[in-house]
Design a protein around this ligand. Structure first.
Ligand SMILES: [Zn+2]
Ligand SMILES: [Zn+2]
Length: 278
């Protein structure tokens, strides 16, 4: 087995806020957050944006599945694909769904019941045929969903809360840090600690510094320039720019990609279908 064969990250949805399909976004993709991780023979999913529908179709042939789905949080763009994930309708599958941002005020199961409820949605989560377990935790906890896999978590700065993840296996690490807002000039200590020395850091780069300062302070998101500053300060090895603004079309993202690569060689913009080994 070559390096990376047992630890892979694949992007199925890379967009923030709302899906934006169309010819101007076809190259990077218009689906919202969905990431597949293969690690130590396990299947681990992050978020259930619209991208998870295509992921679900790709997974149908792999049943029976036993997998974990970790939510950064439950804003609409990170959960709206959930009812359309076909493996939930295969009775031979088992899923554990995890969330760390609800602070005991609500449960993940309760949030899902609220999402899948008339008149917003025709059927409740009980329609799923797979074995479903809902697990609430407090962001900051360390999770061990399976032997040999450790997830560190951290609370992020986002309206209604969000959880950042660091998955470690075999001496390598991938961090998934979205949605989160930075404070200019004051690097987020939670994020710095979570991404310290990480091999791959997927980070909320919805805006540029210029756009953020002009229009988006308080909206809960960060910038690619802040991502570069954080990765440098934490000595993280590779940045993946994620949660693209739906108003940034492919040409705009190409231009941002050139700036990011110049600022931090090796950094890449997430796009649908991209597969990376940490
Ligand atoms: Zn989002
Ligand atoms: Zn959000």
């Amino acid at each position: 087995m070559t390096r990376g064969d047992d630890f892979l990250v694949r992007f199925w949805g890379v967009r923030g806020s709302i899906a934006c399909p169309g010819p101007a976004t076809a190259r990077y993709g218009g689906n919202t957050s969905s990431i597949e991780v293969r690690c130590a023979g396990r299947l681990i999913l992050f978020d259930a944006g619209t991208g998870i529908r295509n992921l679900g179709s790709a997974l149908l042939a792999e049943a029976p599945l036993d997998a974990d789905l970790f939510f950064t949080h439950t804003h609409f763009d990170h959960v709206c694909g959930l009812p359309f994930f076909k493996p939930f309708f295969q009775p031979q599958n088992s899923f554990r769904l995890w969330a760390g941002h609800l602070g005991g005020r609500m449960t993940l199961h309760g949030v899902m019941r609220g999402l899948m409820m008339a008149p917003l949605f025709p059927v409740p989560p009980e329609v799923f045929k797979a074995r479903m377990e809902y697990r609430d935790f407090a962001a900051g906890a360390t999770l061990t969903p399976a032997p040999g896999i450790r997830l560190r978590t951290a609370a992020l700065n986002h309206p209604d809360g969000a959880t950042g993840y660091r998955i470690e296996h075999g001496g390598r690490s991938v961090c998934y840090v979205t949605d989160t807002e930075h404070v200019p000039g004051a690097p987020d200590a939670n994020v710095l600690s979570l991404i310290a020395g990480a091999d791959l850091v997927i980070y909320d780069c919805m805006y540029t510094d210029e756009e953020y300062a002009k229009s988006y302070v308080g909206w809960g998101h960060s910038t690619w320039q802040e991502a570069v500053r954080l990765c440098r300060a934490a000595k993280a090895k590779r940045l993946v720019v994620f949660h693209h603004d739906p108003d940034h079309d492919d040409d705009r993202l190409d231009a941002i990609a050139r700036e990011v690569e110049a600022a931090m060689p090796g950094a890449v913009l997430a796009r649908e279908g991209l597969t990376l080994a940490p």
